[in-house]
Ligand binder design. Structure first.
Ligand SMILES: Nc1ncnc2c1ncn2[C@@H]1O[C@H](COP(=O)(O)OP(=O)(O)OP(=O)(O)O)[C@@H](O)[C@H]1O
Length: 283
């Protein structure tokens, strides 16, 4: 479990947590319409899962919300401010985005990577102040990487490396985390570890989180809010119980689904056999 942030790391808590919103958002890439007049919101201080089939536009939406892609129509909003009105540095101080596959910089240690998160405050290559160093130390200890801080990233396991990237995002000091498939390539134990870490950060610091997840049951179990995309549009949005229904998932993924209870927890699975097994009760 991450530690409580010390007083110096808590000044962001005086800012209200910001939600994210897209209004009639359209994005074209290489002349092809990818997002089409899309309206969606991701509530402030909540964890939202963005799910949908490969190629439906999840990463494109996330990058557009982060201000990395300029829409051809409509707007992305961070709280009450249009994302397009914020400078790149201001955006980076408010929200951190971890892309789908972050290349590991050769020879860089955990502490050096996390320090990169402070560049949005200090400027590239500037001296790290005492305040910056406190943020770096806090981000490293919150992600439980103290013992590995001088280790090269290349010498970490996938789960440890993902924690190091999350620490870098935390060191940026914003209150919005955008995570594109943070659990991909991790074994199930490390997947759960990352999901629990982010969930705990949301609880302890009121971070607004939007994460792209392919595991629908993990998305439902670890998120407050769920958005399903299909072919550049929003197919469904609401609580996980409202969105992760067999009918909705079947319509979006084109696979017959059933919902059952495992250990009292609702799960949706592809219907591989004509009847669910006796071990699970359909609900
Ligand atoms: N730079 C680009 N130029 C042209 N087309 C692109 C570009 N980036 C993405 N696309 C296309 O946009 C569509 C949406 O891609 P995107 O990566 O947003 O989907 P996704 O839902 O995140 O997919 P996945 O689950 O496979 O990661 C795809 O058809 C993709 O080929």
């Amino acid at each position: 479990m991450p530690r409580r942030a010390p007083a110096y790391a808590m000044h962001t808590a005086t800012l209200p947590p910001a939600g994210l919103r897209a209004e009639q958002l359209s994005v074209s890439l290489a002349g092809v319409n990818i997002l089409q007049q899309l309206d969606v919101s991701f509530p402030a201080g909540k964890v939202s899962a963005l799910c949908g089939p490969n190629g439906c536009g999840k990463s494109t939406l996330l990058k557009t919300l982060a201000g990395l892609i300029k829409p051809v129509g409509g707007h992305a909003w961070l709280g009450e401010e249009a994302v397009s009105s914020l400078s790149p540095a201001e955006r980076a101080r408010r929200m951190a985005m971890l892309a789908q596959s972050s290349l590991t910089p050769a020879g860089m240690t955990v502490a050096e990577l996390v320090a990169c998160g402070r560049f949005v405050h200090t400027g590239l290559g500037e001296r790290v102040s005492r305040e910056d160093q406190r943020w770096i130390d806090w981000a490293i200890s919150t992600t439980e990487l103290d013992a590995l801080r001088e280790r090269e990233l290349a010498a970490l396991s996938g789960g440890e490396r993902q924690r190091a990237w999350i620490a870098m995002a935390l060191a940026q000091g914003g209150r919005v985390l955008l995570l594109d498939e943070p659990t991909t390539f991790l074994d199930v134990r490390h997947q759960i570890e990352v999901l629990q870490l982010v969930r705990a950060l949301n609880h302890s610091h009121g971070l607004t989180v939007v994460w792209v997840l392919h595991d629908l049951n993990q998305a439902a179990a670890f998120s407050d809010h769920m958005v399903l995309m299909q072919a550049g549009r929003i197919a469904a949005a609401g609580s996980p119980a409202e969105v992760a229904t067999p009918a909705t998932l079947e319509a979006v993924f084109g696979v017959p689904m059933w919902r059952g209870l495992v250990d009292g927890q609702p799960v949706c699975l592809p219907r591989l056999a004509s009847q669910p097994s006796e071990a699970a009760a359909c609900v």
